[in-house]
Design a protein around this ligand. Sequence first.
Ligand code: ATP
Length: 415
Amino acid sequence: VKAVIITIGDEILIGQTVDTNAAWIGEQLNRIGVQVEKNISIRDAHDAIHTAIDEAWEQAPLVIMTGGLGPTGDDITKQSLADYFNTALVFSEKVHQRVQAFLTKRGYSMNSNNKDQAMVPEACTVIDNPLGTAPVMKFEQNGRWLFSLPGVPFEMKEIMHKEILPRVKADFQLQPVKHKTIMTYGMPEAFLAEKLEKWEAGLPAQVSLAYLPSPKGIKIRLSVYENASEFDDKLKQAVSELKAIIPGNVFSDSETELERVLLENLKKYGLRLATAESCTGGRIASVLTSVPGSSDVFNGSIVAYQNAVKSKLLNVPEAVIAEYGAVSEPVVKYMAEGVMKQLNADAAIAVSGIAGPGGGSPDKPVGTTWIAIALKNKVEAQRFRFGSTRDVNILRAAYSGMFLLNSVVRETYEQ
Ligand code: ATP
């Protein structure tokens, strides 16, 4: 079955709110086998809402709409829907009681705006909203469904999980889809595609392939949209063939992020990690510590931005910095060894680079970055030339450092 998602709100159109609702709903629908045909984002305006519903229902029998249901004057979705379905707003005792109970629980009493929330279009079925006061509505017309949900993401998600997805699964004939995502790092998209050309040609016609690049690596996604359950073995085989072609680049075949894979591997081999960060300014530490349980593995980081800090806290000899410059092989090697010792770790990542936009020179252009990996008594370093914007250079440096250490750990312990 096909679906259209409509997100309502002026704030989405002027870029004040990123439309994460459409992305999240799209992912959930795709998972249960609903094909999202289109996303439509519109203003809080009656004509825009009416036109969007016409357009959506022309293309799909299932429409999921979010936003514009709040208790304030700019929230007009409910009235628009009532007009669209030629029906009046009527008082719902059920919604009234629910809103009252919701507010009482939080120590508020009802005001006139909340009272208005108990008015709902006569033509709809009201669905429970366990986390908010805005009513959730379902409209049906000629076998087509339209759900209107609040825009607040955590309310919308709860309602989708508890109320909408189960109804869609029960009432529509769904074709489950299957995705398998392989995470790679360290090979640009064009090279990857060239290396995988033969493998790609050998995939069954029903399996479609997508490359999804970002500074965190390239995801290779295999998808089957029809009779997906018959393709389990074929997908497994395709994944193992792929891994055999680029064994050093695949770090996960279960969609796990690099930071999690690295932490898992370090934990598995009883290794504790420290980072010494110059141009990444603590980004590696930040990414790692956003993973729950990272304290099992991660000791800490020294953000050594100034040369004096590199010397004082990481014992990088001043003479080495003077001779080779802060962005150099010997300096990052000293940084890695220094932080490993200072923070009592078994492994370290050290980064020093020119993130830009200023600071480049002919032999060290913007994006030049040295990364060192220390593991027990082994230290190695590699130079990269990212050459992008400051933000992307920093992100690439952080992920390259984690990828390098993960590769060294695997080479050392997986034999
Ligand atoms: P409420 O009962 O909270 O008022 P509502 O349906 O009126 O619900 P909106 O007023 O449209 O929701 O939006 C409330 C907030 O929810 C917005 O300020 C924004 O932060 C977030 N939001 C709305 N739509 C989206 C969206 N499509 N993607 C991400 N966030 C959204």
